[in-house]
Design a protein around this ligand. Structure first.
Ligand code: ATP
Ligand code: MG
Length: 287
């Protein structure tokens, strides 16, 4: 699978119409991809164990998408084999009054994964240049001082975000970002399914249908955000999302590829620690 097809080059102009949500790569069917996904889930389990033991890096996975693109399902499937002790999922909703009393990155920085862990952001501070950009009236609640609430605000936010992500990556947090690219047509199908299936009714929200009417505005906000905040240290990936099974297998592969490139290994004991271990072992055996 050519993973480079899905990565957004830093500083590039992104046109989402050039990214096919219906793409399934080399796979013809769900069954075709299932075996690879199973193997990848096992590989990821093993890699997470080394990440946890090494305690040097954290892995931050950021998921952004329109509603019903499959964020929850990709997180559930790709992470199905990982040790829950080494993994945390944080979902970011409309900010609370307390959160609005702080700068816009505050709640996310508090939720970052520790070294050795995988942290998953289901939505993130990127909402601040997406939903807030589409609905600039949300900015009023943020009490930003001075003239900042003007044209250059979004550019400044991209700069803030790139700088913070660079800082994090220099300090051991590996960042991968995924935009699940679902088509407007497929979103409609998924909304209808939520409406028509009693077990899925709870997932339906009137707000989702309303947000859908801003599709064009969201796509331009996504395009600019992807081009402006995809960096070498925290790249964005545009993931075709009309077939959930392909989304999963592709995301799993990108994560594995990254973890492997870190060449992580289990910590080695120092000579002194090894000698202590032998002593302790002998004493145990003498019992
Ligand atoms: P689900 O799949 O369950 O619908 P979800 O991520 O859409 O998952 P919701 O509770 O439906 O969760 O929606 C969260 C809402 O919070 C989204 O509409 C999102 O745009 C909004 N939100 C998140 N962060 C911010 C923010 N910083 N400012 C304003 N709105 C935000
Ligand atoms: Mg929702």
């Amino acid at each position: 699978m050519n993973l480079d097809n899905h990565i957004v080059s830093a500083g590039s102009t992104v046109l989402l119409k050039d990214h096919d949500p219906d793409d399934t790569g080399k796979y013809k069917s769900k069954e075709d991809a299932a075996k690879d996904l199973q193997a990848d889930v096992e590989t990821l389990t093993a890699l997470q164990d080394v990440l946890y033991a090494g305690n040097s890096h954290a892995l931050l996975l950021i998921f952004q998408a329109m509603d019903a693109a499959g964020k929850d399902s990709v997180i559930k499937h790709v992470m199905s084999g990982v040790n829950p002790q080494g993994c945390q999922v944080v979902s970011f909703k409309v900010p609370s009054a307390e959160e609005l009393d702080h700068d816009y990155l505050w709640r996310s920085l508090k939720a970052l994964p520790e070294r050795g862990r995988i942290g998953i952001f289901n939505r993130s501070y990127y909402e601040e240049v997406l939903v807030v950009r589409v609905h600039p009236e949300f900015l009023q609640k943020q009490s930003i001082p001075g003239d900042d609430v003007k044209g250059s605000l979004w550019k400044k936010r991209y700069e803030d975000i790139n700088a913070v992500e660079k800082y994090l990556s220099r300090n051991g947090t590996v960042i991968l970002k995924f935009f699940l690219n679902v088509s407007r047509k497929e979103q409609k199908e998924r909304f209808l399914e939520r409406m028509n299936t009693p077990e899925k009714n709870w997932k339906y929200s009137a707000a989702d249908v309303k947000e859908r009417s801003y599709w064009k505005e969201y796509m331009s906000a996504y395009e600019e955000m992807l081009g402006s905040t995809s960096t070498q240290w925290a790249p964005w990936h545009v993931i075709p999302a009309d077939h959930k099974w392909f989304t999963r297998v592709l995301v799993a592969r990108i994560i594995i590829d990254k973890l492997k490139s870190l060449k992580l290994s289990y910590p080695r004991l120092t000579e002194q620690q090894q000698a202590d271990l032998l002593k302790a072992k002998e004493s145990l055996l003498r019992e």
